[in-house]
Design a protein around this ligand. Structure first.
Ligand code: G16
Length: 539
């Protein structure tokens, strides 16, 4: 039986950089999730011909939300839903399953790298038929629906068992519970030379993979331990947990602290990687060595020939504006296309669809390629293992060789968190106003050559997006300011700072960027406006 439930709108359901992201307690309010799902379905025509994938990273409230999606989809006459067994699917695997089966979209229940649990965060990533997150025009249409919604439809029936592979019906909608691992694993096998990685991992080479109690645990155990022969125990925190075992599943120097401590200790293995809650972000570490994500993109691009799937050539490479210029040097040397887009993986999609790029990446611990339309932490890990297997170099040697060839873009991100939204908005608006007057000014020895908002013109749908303010200095250094689109408490001001050098390759980034960090605070008047002398988080 279909219930038509009368409801009233929640006015805060605007999607950010990657879908809707909220405190779990907000998402659990009466009708909140239902309103949002109905709003999405209201924007999709001919639902009786449409098929979607549903899954998530296993966080708290997913199990309940997945049942709601099934019942709302069925009440709206959706043709078919594919649901990951146990409600699990990683974000990269979801993109592959969607593309492989020519589905019309997917709903991945995840707040990505944000903490989980009843006191943590909840989220929904909505991807369209492209395999990647919906475009800004689609999220705007959904937001409009959320503001006027008066009712939603839901089938009144008991919950479904998602623990076994199989098919069943809910009203007229076919539900197929699928293995969320097998297709993705085959995809990885088609890209990388598994034999050479297996040789490495069974040769005494010491590697650990930290799944941070997120969804990549089962994928990683199957790939690294069962198929590639790494010893049992290689995968740390490998069981998806509703609250990530209390971890903040963000693979960076702050939140993957135990892994970082291990890699800077005497017991450090040769190589470590960590993935975030839904498996799209990655952090790469060597012995006493951290690979900055911007460098990661540059190094992978420079080594594309080592990977079977890319050895015949790649189209080009793209990065978000906030990401350092390291990969630009590589693109110029390789004479491949180079693009700079706003923050958000969705902006890479048209570049991939039109064969302008093969690789792309972001400073926010994301790298990936055009085999899917999301970033991919396990792909990045396999890529690094392949480079090590083929070059027999350590992570540090690979990075240092790279800097010797191209120079080094020292890079840091300063995050000022939980700023009242109005203060953050005013800071950005005032800074934008004063950008033209900054040209020619010198601060702490850095002279500004130009300053402008990033305005991106999409080459396919001709839309234009504004995201972030960029200050260039005469010596190739840059500062980029933008507000995060994934936070759930107030506003987070992100300030991205980079300095390019061709000597002094092995210095501490904090030392190299000390003055420029100070300059970033002066230019935007950060301490006076935010009451913060220093950033809350530096990565
Ligand atoms: C999401 C997007 C990324 C983007 C990041 C930015 O990451 O998928 O493409 O770089 O947000 O976050 P913020 O707006 O906070 O700087 P994820 O891993 O949360 O999906």
């Amino acid at each position: 039986m279909i219930d038509i439930v009368k409801t009233s709108p929640y006015l805060d359901q605007k999607m950010g950089t990657a879908g809707l992201r909220k405190k779990t307690s907000i998402a659990m309010q009466k009708n909140y999730f239902e309103n949002f799902m109905q709003s999405i379905f209201n924007t999709i025509p001919e639902l009786s011909k449409k098929s979607f994938l549903v899954g998530g990273d296993g966080r708290y409230y997913n199990a309940i939300a997945i049942q709601k999606i099934i019942k709302i989809a069925a009440a709206n006459g959706v043709k078919k839903l594919y649901v990951g067994k146990d409600g699990l699917v990683s974000t990269p695997a979801s993109s592959h399953i969607l593309l492989k089966n020519h589905l019309d979209g997917s709903f991945v229940l995840s707040a990505s790298h944000n903490p989980g649990g009843i006191d943590g965060d909840f989220g929904i990533k909505y991807a369209n038929a492209s395999g990647g997150q919906c475009q800004p025009s689609e999220s705007a249409a959904i937001f409009e629906q959320t503001k006027t919604i008066t009712e939603y439809k839901i089938v009144d029936c008991p919950d479904f068992d998602l623990s076994e592979i199989g098919t069943f019906k809910c009203n007229q909608t076919e539900i197929e519970v699928i293995d969320p691992y097998v297709d993705y694993i085959q995809l990885m096998q088609s890209i990388f030379d598994f034999n050479s990685i297996k040789k490495l991992l069974t040769s005494g080479f010491r590697f650990v993979f930290d799944a941070m109690n997120g969804v990549t645990g089962p994928y990683a155990k199957k790939i690294f331990e069962e198929i590639l022969g790494a010893p049992k125990g290689t995968v740390l925190n490998g069981k998806p947990l509703e609250d990530f075992g209390g971890l903040h599943p963000d693979p960076n120097l702050i939140y993957a602290k135990s892994l970082v401590d291990l890699m800077y200790s005497d017991k450090a293995p040769d190589f470590a990687a960590a993935n975030d809650g839904d498996g799209d972000r990655n952090m790469i570490l060597g012995k006493q060595f951290f690979v900055c994500p911007s460098d990661c993109l540059a190094i992978l691009t420079n080594n594309y020939k080592l990977i079977p799937a890319y050895k015949n050539g790649i189209f080009g490479v793209a990065k978000s504006a906030a990401t350092s210029l390291a990969v630009k040097h590589v693109a110029e040397a390789l004479k491949i296309g180079y693009y700079e887009v706003p923050t958000g993986w969705k902006y890479f999609i048209h570049l991939m669809d039109t064969n302008r790029i093969t690789f792309c990446g972001e400073e926010s611990f994301g790298t990936g390629a055009s085999y899917i339309r999301e970033k991919d932490g396990i792909w990045a890990t396999l890529f690094w293992l392949s480079i090590i297997a083929k070059t027999h170099k350590s992570i540090k040697e690979i990075a240092v060789t790279h800097w010797q060839q191209y120079g080094r873009n020292y890079y840091l991100r300063n995050d000022y968190e939980a700023i009242p939204q109005d203060i953050a908005d005013k800071l950005m608006a005032d800074l934008e106003q004063k950008l033209p007057a900054l040209t020619g000014k010198t601060l702490k020895g850095y002279t500004i050559s130009k300053a402008h908002p990033l305005i991106y013109n999409d080459p396919v749908d001709n839309t234009s997006t504004k995201n972030g303010l960029i200050i260039h200095f005469t010596n190739g250094s840059r500062i980029v300011y933008r507000l995060s689109g994934t936070g759930t408490i107030g506003a987070t001001l992100r300030v991205y700072i980079e300095r390019y050098v061709t000597d002094k390759l092995l210095e501490d980034p904090q030392t190299m960027l000390k003055d420029l960090e100070e300059v970033s605070r002066i230019i935007a008047d950060i301490p006076a406006r935010t009451n913060k002398e220093k950033p809350d988080i530096i990565t």
